[in-house]
Design a protein around this ligand. Structure first.
Ligand code: NAD
Ligand code: ZN
Length: 341
């Protein structure tokens, strides 16, 4: 089968033939219809420090996908051949304290598809049946292909109560854009989002952000003052940029809550006075809650959440290089690759 492979340590990817994935008794084999490009795939393509530390080539990359079940192991009873599914890409151990407590998103033994084992940039992928998420018919495949980052946004945006609150999102990447839409969908008051990229800020505005700020041109503090906002109630850090995180902490209201999704460098420093004297709640967010986040995002989609607004490009897999170049340029929302029939 055809797959997008990180063959050797170092930059680059190859679209080439690889063996079909093997399948256990509790697994299903999925014929992949579409795979979306994530920032993580870009890190792997570029071979940055994180990738060099984490990835063991050869590896089929990719973790955001939708497809149809074409085969299933003898123990799999709940799914049918032909069924359309996406899947949670974090494969948890099932036996640790958190898995057994019903909080597997906190499993310390998580294995990620497309990172720690072969992934979804392939014509076929094998997945444990318990990781599957059936896709209801009204949801188009090009949206179901990126349930994974939709779930990151939903997990983060739903962590704290934002109804009627003033929310600041730092970073209008695909996840920040979707989070802005979710905050709007569920009834936040002001949804302010920052970035340096006007194209993405426009997507965030289309999604429902009430005020966009290009921090290259405008001061966050000044904008809040002009809007009559004394402090932000809920912060969603989605840039992974230390300056953005510090700017957010500076403008939080006393007793405010901050959910941290962006991957900050380990040497990030902050002014702890902001956290301590303002009594802030800081919460790290990883992945998606299994499967409560999946439930929430599916129901939001079925009740009019405009996820399609962040989807800017659907391309053929043979044009993957163009897709990765788009992601690098930042002149895109989500980019989805279509596999041939
Ligand atoms: P992305 O890199 O596409 O988006 C980040 C955005 O932040 C970019 O648009 C960039 O221009 C903007 N930015 C950079 N500096 C900024 C600043 N000083 N102020 C405001 N904006 C700034 O990433 P994404 O795919 O949208 O993901 C968002 C973040 O979440 C990334 O850091 C990603 O690594 C991380 N992530 C975390 C998880 C998790 O489970 N915790 C999962 C997926 C992604
Ligand atoms: Zn576990």
């Amino acid at each position: 089968m055809k797959a997008l492979v990180k063959k050797h340590a170092g930059p680059g990817l190859c679209l080439e033939d690889v063996p079909m994935p093997s399948m256990g008794h509790n697994d299903v084999l999925i014929k992949v219809e579409m795979t979306a490009i994530c920032g993580t795939d870009l890190h792997i393509e570029q071979w940055d420090d994180w990738a060099a530390r984490t990835i063991q080539p050869p590896l089929v990359i990719g973790h955001e996908f939708v497809g149809h079940i074409v085969d299933k192991g003898v123990e799999v009873t709940d799914y049918t051949i032909g069924q359309r599914v996406s899947a949670e890409g974090h494969i948890t151990c099932g036996v640790c304290r958190n898995c057994r407590a019903g909080t597997p998103h906190l499993c310390p033994n998580t294995i990620g598809i497309g990172v720690n084992r072969d992934g979804a940039f392939a014509e076929y992928i094998s997945m444990p049946a318990r990781n599957l998420w059936p896709v209801p018919d009204p949801i188009p495949s090009e949206l179901a292909a990126f349930f994974d980052p939709f779930g990151n946004a939903a997990h983060c945006a739903l962590e704290f109560d934002v109804v009627g609150e003033d929310v600041l999102i730092t970073g209008a990447g695909p996840i920040g854009i979707i989070a802005a839409g979710i905050c709007r969908h569920i009834g936040a008051r002001n949804i302010i989002i920052t970035d340096l990229n006007d194209y993405r800020l426009q997507l965030a505005a289309d999604m429902g952000a009430t005020r966009t700020i290009n921090i290259g041109r405008e001061s966050l503090k000044q904008v809040l003052q002009d809007m009559g906002i004394t402090g932000i109630d809920v912060g969603l850090e989605m840039s992974g940029n230390p300056q953005a995180f510090n700017d957010m902490l500076d403008v939080m209201y006393h007793g405010g809550k901050v959910a941290l999704l962006g991957l900050l460098p380990s040497d990030t420093t902050i002014n702890w006075d902001n956290v301590i004297f303002k009594g802030l709640d800081l919460k790290g967010i990883y992945g998606r809650k299994m499967f409560e986040t999946w439930y929430k995002m599916t129901q939001m989609l079925l009740t009019g959440f405009p996820l399609q607004k962040v989807l800017t490009h659907v391309i053929d897999i043979d044009d993957y290089e163009q897709g990765f170049a788009l992601m690098k340029s930042g002149q895109c929302g989500k980019v989805v690759c279509r596999w041939g029939s």
